[in-house]
Design a binder for this molecule. Structure first.
Ligand code: FHN
Length: 442
């Protein structure tokens, strides 16, 4: 190989690695940093998975919903028919957003395009969208965004980089393969250009966007995603918009927050969360389902209780992370009554105990089997979850403990400081079914 070729190869490799991984030399603007602070304080968001898949509603399988196209190997030409039935006449964004507010939720993240490739908004980049292809014919994202603006709720856009519909998503990744029936006369760079045009639309036509929530890079981890270009584009159009990506890895340059799917930060119960480092100042978010599905699934009634979900939210707060809880709206445009019920119960709990969650940072003691700690303005709260023992060793504090009081009635909690840390005494009659909160004074 001659020297010229070697140098060209090296330059190309550097270009590729930059574009693969990062928006180089990224410095978040003041506005972006303010939005990060807002986001850290918000603590509770609603995730919404809504797309054409909601009409197949599980297809008889518990785990399948938004993945039905892939899992049941439905070719593009057949799957496209779904759009012609989509008519959610009972979709009332005002109802959704009022419910969200009652539930104590501070922001919504909605799928603008999931892996099925269908845009839930009016896209000029492709006719495969809710306005052009469905009898409903209205821009779902615009309707929701207008209502969010009216009621003061921030809206984030989920955008799937993985696409089972677009021919140019080629070579194919781990999913959406031959069964889709797409031609192999395709051009990956054209696909990235298409994605960037769609993102441009989302950031230009809908006012201020809270954030872009990417998903799907894991389908082709080694592809040239031209991330640097996409991230710069987003930050150039709206420098306050937060970028996060569910690639299940550590943060890339240009990303403003780090997310964890169905795992608390640092955990890997799911087996795919490979995040090796968690930076101190970056906002964190954990997302979770209310049953076992993200999209609406008529046969999945394995609902988590509001108590279980509150406890997960508390633990997430103990890691300094937001809790993004999912619902999959039904084909008629309504949110499942079971989900509304759970969310409103969580809202009731937050009305009483929200002070110990909103605006807090992770507490002085790391979450453990007994629960978690949170703190704000010099107040420290210990959240005891699910523990039957009367005496609980919570671990060491860096300062001497002056007093400990039950949050509910302000009565004193007995405690002991030992060489292994603080032991709190929680008599049976003081125990709360979901979370016994103790306020520490040091
Ligand atoms: O495949 C998706 C899935 O459908 C869902 O959108 C979740 C949400 O975090 N993310 C993906 C898997 O990592």
């Amino acid at each position: 190989m001659n020297t010229k070729k070697i140098i060209a190869g090296i330059i190309f490799a550097i270009f590729l690695s930059n574009s693969l991984t990062a928006q180089t030399d990224y410095k978040p603007t003041e506005k972006n940093l303010q939005n990060r602070e807002w986001f850290k304080n918000a603590k509770f968001g609603l995730f919404i998975h809504w797309g054409m898949y909601c009409q197949l509603a599980g297809g008889g399988d518990k785990g399948i919903a938004e993945w039905i196209m892939n899992d049941k190997k439905i070719p593009v030409v057949e799957y496209e028919k779904l759009a012609t039935f989509f008519n959610p006449t009972q979709f009332n964004p005002a109802d959704w957003v009022s419910m969200v507010k009652k539930a104590g939720i501070k922001y919504i993240t909605i799928t603008t395009k999931h892996h099925e490739g269908f845009a839930m908004y009016d896209s000029k980049a492709s006719d495969y969208n809710v306005v052009k292809k469905t009898p409903y014919g209205k821009d779902i994202i615009k309707l929701l965004k207008d209502e969010c603006d009216k009621q003061g709720i921030k809206l984030f856009f989920y955008y799937s980089q993985l696409d089972w519909h677009n021919t140019d998503y080629f070579p194919r990744g781990r999913t959406g393969q031959d069964f889709t029936g797409r031609s192999e006369n395709a051009d990956w760079n054209k696909y990235i250009d298409y994605m960037n045009v769609q993102l441009n639309e989302l950031l230009t036509n809908y006012g201020e966007v809270g954030g872009i929530w990417f998903d799907g890079m894991w389908d082709k981890p080694n592809a040239n995603w031209r991330l640097g270009e996409t991230y710069s584009l987003i930050h150039r159009i709206q420098n306050g918009t937060l970028i996060g990506s569910n690639h299940h890895m550590s943060l890339n340059e240009g990303e403003d927050f780090l997310m964890f799917e169905r795992d608390l930060p640092g955990e890997n119960k799911m087996g795919f969360n490979q995040t090796s480092s968690i930076p101190e100042n970056v906002p964190l978010e954990m997302c979770e389902t209310m049953n076992g599905s993200w999209g609406y699934n008529i046969v999945d009634n394995n609902y988590k209780s509001s108590s279980e979900l509150i406890q997960t939210m508390v633990k997430a707060s103990g890691f300094g992370a937001n809790f993004l809880l999912n619902t999959g709206p039904m084909p008629n445009g309504k949110i499942q009554p079971e989900n509304v019920d759970t969310l409103l119960k969580m809202g009731k709990w937050l009305e009483k105990y929200g002070e110990t969650i909103y605006g807090t940072t992770k507490g002085p003691i790391k979450p453990a089997y007994w629960g978690a700690t949170t703190q704000k303005n010099g107040n420290v709260w210990v959240h005891i979850l699910n523990v039957k023992d009367e005496n609980i060793l919570i671990g060491k504090l860096s300062k001497k403990l002056k007093s400990a009081r039950f949050f509910d009635d302000h009565s004193n909690t007995k405690f002991k400081e030992t060489e292994f840390g603080v032991i709190l005494n929680i008599p049976k009659e003081k125990r709360k079914p979901v979370d016994t909160i103790i306020e520490l004074e040091m």
